[in-house]
Design a protein around this ligand. Structure first.
Ligand SMILES: NC(=O)c1ccc[n+]([C@@H]2O[C@H](COP(=O)([O-])OP(=O)(O)OC[C@H]3O[C@@H](n4cnc5c(N)ncnc54)[C@H](O)[C@@H]3O)[C@@H](O)[C@H]2O)c1
Length: 380
């Protein structure tokens, strides 16, 4: 299979796992040839560490006729500029999230790519991982019946507690919705199809200045959101996204069906257990009793929990498969087909996230303007 040549822009925290995976796991379809960073010494360190051909400037990557795909791993504030320059240079683009910060920018990007027959892909690629792919198969087979709802919850005290340069997480394009929302919402859309409308509130109690390592950062974004989403399928879901809360017992992600429940692990990594509760198993057990009290006890929450089973996954992945999305895009280019995380999919999930933010800002429901197909089945 033809290897697509990749130039990486942005040699920060997340670049390590991308480079490792692209070089060690996806070298059948990708060849990383160059890297650049705002700080040339970071690019040079990355070049030396991963044995790349050259460390250079962004423009040298974007204008290099040998490079097929630009992988943009910079911070959100500069994503759109680099992304548009990449497309205008006639190159395919794979960007870290959020691919754009506004709906206008998002539309400009997707329309330009479509008009010029260029491929766009964007992180997160977690919906290609073995857990969501197995969940998708079960949902398509009707194992939990008709989906009536879901809940997604990312509740943590803030990524500045571990990230070495976290200021961007509190600037426009950051916050729990823009930073962590993409994992949850791209998974939900891949599993349940497009969103119809969203509604959201943000807490007024969050800190306006946050202590970050040795300084304070002025917070430009909401840091605690509670929202709801109505899917085109009719299913409705709730969402809590927080960088303000130390701990919670809310599940990361649950999908509620008329015949059962699917419970997914934290979606920003590729590992974890997929759990399934089948109502028929609970009913089988409860039906042994005719006494009302015994039946009620047989369906008590702690008893029902015993019927939860771990589902074998459809393929063996590994804990951090970041880069699988750009590898799949390279394969799609070779096969002349659409990539799984294509522009329509990316635009729709990013619009849903922006819609939640707009609703939290305006106090009004946000009606979605774009749509997309459900996620495509994938396996390594
Ligand atoms: N850190 C993570 O765990 C993680 C996980 C998933 C996704 N992401 C996403 O990846 C992106 C990068 O995050 P990060 O954590 O690696 O941030 P980071 O700050 O550690 O790295 C960003 C890098 O981009 C460089 N950069 C900034 N502006 C640039 C420009 N104009 N041209 C070239 N280089 C530039 C910086 O010098 C830095 O080396 C963000 O969009 C983030 O949301 C990060």
């Amino acid at each position: 299979m033809e290897k697509k040549k990749v130039g990486v822009i942005g040699c920060g925290t997340i670049s390590g796992i991308y480079l490792e995976n692209m070089i060690q796991k996806f070298s059948d379809v990708l060849e990383v040839v160059a890297c650049s960073d705002l700080f040339p010494e970071k690019a040079e360190q990355t070049r030396a560490k991963y044995g790349l051909k050259k460390a250079c400037t962004n423009d040298e990557i974007i204008d290099d006729p040998d490079i097929d795909i630009v992988l943009n791993l910079t911070i959100p504030a500069v994503h759109h500029d680099i992304n548009m320059r990449t497309l205008r240079a006639g190159k395919h683009l794979y960007s870290e999230k959020p691919i754009s910060l506004t709906l206008e920018d998002l539309n400009e990007l997707i329309e330009y790519a479509d008009a010029h027959n260029l491929k766009i892909g964007s992180a997160p690629d977690v919906c290609l991982g073995p857990v969501p792919q197995t969940a998708k198969k079960l949902l398509d087979e009707g194992v939990i019946g008709d989906v009536v709802g879901f809940t997604v919850n990312h509740i943590c005290p803030g990524n500045e507690l571990w990230h070495p340069s976290p200021d961007f997480l509190y600037k426009h394009g950051g916050g729990p919705l823009m930073d962590m929302g993409p994992y949850y919402i791209s998974d939900i859309i891949a599993l349940l199809g497009p969103v119809d409308k969203v509604c959201c509130f943000k807490s007024e109690g969050s800190l306006a200045r946050r202590p970050v390592w040795d300084h304070y950062v002025d917070v430009e974004v909401g840091t605690h959101f509670a929202g709801t989403m109505k899917m085109k399928s009719g299913a409705v879901g709730s969402l809590t996204m927080s960088f303000d809360v130390w701990n919670s017992k809310l599940p990361y992600m649950e999908i509620f069906g008329t015949k059962g429940v699917l419970r997914l692990p934290q979606p920003n990594m590729f590992g974890g257990k997929l759990e399934l509760l089948r109502s028929e198993k609970v009913l089988e057990s409860a039906n042994r009793f005719t006494d009302m009290v015994e039946r009620r006890d047989a369906i008590a929450a702690d008893v029902v929990e015993n019927f939860v089973e771990e589902v074998p996954l459809v393929y063996d992945g590994w804990f951090n498969m970041r880069g699988v999305g750009i590898a799949e895009m390279a394969k799609a280019l070779n096969e002349g087909r659409d990539n799984c995380l294509n522009g329509r999919f990316v635009r729709h999930f990013e619009e849903a996230i922006m819609g939640l933010e707009i609703s939290a800002e305006t106090g009004e429901m946000y009606m979605m303007k774009t749509t997309c197909e459900k996620g495509t089945p994938f396996s390594l």
